[in-house]
Design a protein around this ligand. Structure first.
Ligand code: CO8
Length: 257
């Protein structure tokens, strides 16, 4: 696919995807979401993904309001389904995904960040679900994911009010993993943590990711069953044989998967 609104850069096995629509504050148009869907659905090779927005005041300033303003309910539903599909693809990617947020992550931008494994932010980051100010509701998973991250009381407050929160508050709320002074420090830290994770068994990291995703909302007993199934599966991998053998032989493991 010809990516017109995404910039791609692969370095040290990490794919950096930059949403690039500076005139619209990197807002998610149908075109951008379709490009993201294609990229994520065909993703293979890199050991991690880093999602960010072009330099400017915004990470992603939400879904494209200009496009939404003219949509019929049916078109709105299709647009919402596309956004939900993209966030789900991000969430289920078999490799770690970090959102690097510098500037506004509003509406769909906040929803994209929440679909990533970790959210790193600069001091200039601003988060919020301002859909009610537009007569809309969060439609790319905001209602579903925000309360899982910050608790139901805080999610209600943020979604009903549309209030923006700065990086420090987002960090206190658990929406952001870490806050950095500037973009360069944020990217350096993200690459470092991804390199650390890359030294571990990719199969095991991927299995942990899908278990954490699958157990969300399950009872303890149901969750334990999902975990046990994946635990059993780990015994079928060469990584498990290599990891345990390396430990017992007092050497560093070499994982192949
Ligand atoms: N969509 C389209 N265009 C946008 C958007 C957007 N979300 N945000 C900014 N732009 C455009 C502006 O229209 C403007 O264009 P122009 O120059 O042609 O007038 C340009 O970007 C610059 O914008 P500003 O002058 O406002 O820039 P500032 O730096 O002063 O402000 C802000 C930046 C704070 C990001 C501000 O632009 C803003 O508040 N944007 C809207 C934020 C917002 O409300 N986001 C939520 C959108 S709704 C949503 O995401 C719903 C997701 C689920 C949808 C489900 C569908 C069913």
């Amino acid at each position: 696919m010809d990516y017109q609104t995404l910039l791609l850069d692969e370095h040290d096995d990490v794919l950096t995807v930059t949403v690039h629509r500076p005139p619209a504050r990197n807002a998610l148009s149908q075109r951008t979401l379709t490009e993201l869907r294609h990229l994520l659905a065909t993703f293979a090779g890199p050991r991690a993904l880093l999602l960010t927005g072009s330099v400017g005041p915004a990470f992603i300033a939400g879904a494209d309001i200009r496009e939404m303003a003219a949509m019929t309910p049916e078109e709105g539903e299709q647009f919402g389904a596309l956004g939900q599909e993209v966030t789900r693809l991000l969430e289920q990617l078999p490799v770690p995904v970090i959102a690097c947020v510098d500037g506004y992550a509003l509406g769909g931008g906040c929803e994209m960040a929440m679909a990533c494994d970790f959210v790193y932010a600069t001091r200039k980051a601003v988060f919020g679900q301002p859909e009610v100010l537009l007569g809309l509701i969060p439609g790319f998973g905001g209602c579903v994911r925000l309360f899982r991250r910050v608790g139901i009381a805080k999610a209600r407050e943020l979604i009903y009010s549309g209030r923006r929160v700065d990086a420090a508050e987002a960090h206190r709320l658990g929406l952001v993993n870490e806050v950095f002074d500037n973009r360069e420090e944020m990217f350096a830290a993200a690459r470092l943590v991804l390199a650390d994770i890359a030294a571990n068994s990719p199969a095991a990291v991927s299995a942990c990711k899908s278990v954490l995703d699958a157990v969300d909302g399950l009872s303890v007993d149901e969750g334990l069953r999902v975990e046990l199934e994946a635990f059993r599966e780990a015994f079928t991998t060469t990584d498990m044989r290599e990891g345990t053998d390396a430990f017992l032989s007092k050497r560093a493991p070499t994982f192949r998967t």
